[in-house]
Design a protein around this ligand. Structure first.
Ligand code: DGL
Length: 286
């Protein structure tokens, strides 16, 4: 590695099953304007939420490995599902800070004295051991209702942030939570942040929506400061994007969600492929 690519000048790597993690990247850019940010959208394998854990773990290791080879000084797993499936093993394997994200149940419990808390997340996140631990820690303090959501990640991946179909799916996924009288909704999937406006409208007044992005960005700042590798506000500040999906469509979608025209590269083949051992006969994946 060249001298120019050491310490603070190295980029921060961020990844998600697709474009959802851009909601976290946006907060990181706000908090850390001088950092170079490298983002991988694993869109050809989204949604992760319905994949087996070993598959998600494999993708997380492959992408974190790619980001480390690009010189990343830290990696943010901007995906609740991948964090639940792989964070402990990633931390044990990589010798750079690995920052994960979990549904913001703790801040929701601390932020209000009463009321039912609803958690919208993927089936993968809600069925994980990590989430069970979270419920055990906070479920006694407050009634927590979970909703394994279906279809919402796909709508965001299609760029349908406010279509009739998206509203219909939001309403369908919200209905069981509203029926239980939730007063706070935790967005436990980074894709859902892009639907926060529709979710808030459908939930109606008096329901608070929590977004974990700012807290993740602050945690990243803390970890970079602690390691003495925080970039000054006036250095760098560039971003690069890779996808395992179709690059032209990804360029259009990422540019829209990022709010500026960006270039998106195809993730090199060896990082985009799933290892043979991870491919299961179709009959087993149903
Ligand atoms: N954005 C992701 C999350 O935070 C993953 C969604 C998915 O691919 O199922 O959970």
């Amino acid at each position: 590695m060249s001298a120019a690519n050491t310490g603070a000048k190295r980029p921060v790597g961020v990844f998600d099953s697709g474009v959802g993690g851009l909601s976290i990247l946006r907060e990181i850019r706000r908090e850390l304007p001088g950092e170079d940010l490298f983002y991988v959208a694993d869109s050809s394998y989204a949604p992760y939420g319905e994949q087996p854990e070993h598959f998600i773990e494999d993708r997380a290791f492959t992408i974190a490995g790619f980001l480390q080879e690009q010189g990343a000084k830290a990696v943010v797993v901007a995906c609740n599902t991948a964090t639940a499936a792989a964070i402990a093993k990633l931390r044990a394997h990589f010798n750079i800070p690995i920052i994960g994200i979990e549904p913001a149940v703790k801040p929701a419990v601390r932020g209000s004295e009463s009321g039912v808390i609803g958690v919208m997340a993927t089936p993968g996140t809600l069925s994980s051991v990590k989430f069970a631990d979270l419920l055990e820690r906070f479920g006694e303090k407050r009634e927590i209702v979970v909703q394994p959501c279906s279809g919402l990640v796909e709508q965001v991946e299609r760029g349908e942030l406010d279509s009739d179909r998206t509203r219909e799916l939001v309403e369908k996924n919200l209905a069981p939570l509203l029926a239980r009288g939730v007063s706070t909704i935790v967005l436990g999937c980074t894709h859902y942040t892009f639907l926060a406006g529709v979710i808030a409208e459908c939930a109606g007044q008096g329901v608070t929506i929590t977004d974990p992005g700012p807290a993740i960005a602050k945690e990243l700042r803390r970890r970079l400061e602690e390691g003495g590798v925080l970039a000054g506000a006036d250095s760098g500040g560039a971003q690069r994007f890779w996808t395992t999906g179709e690059p032209d469509g990804a360029r259009r979608l990422i540019s829209t969600l990022w709010g500026a025209q960006v270039e998106v590269s195809q993730l090199p083949g060896e990082y985009a492929r799933v290892r043979q051992s991870q491919i299961r006969p179709a009959s087993l994946t149903k």
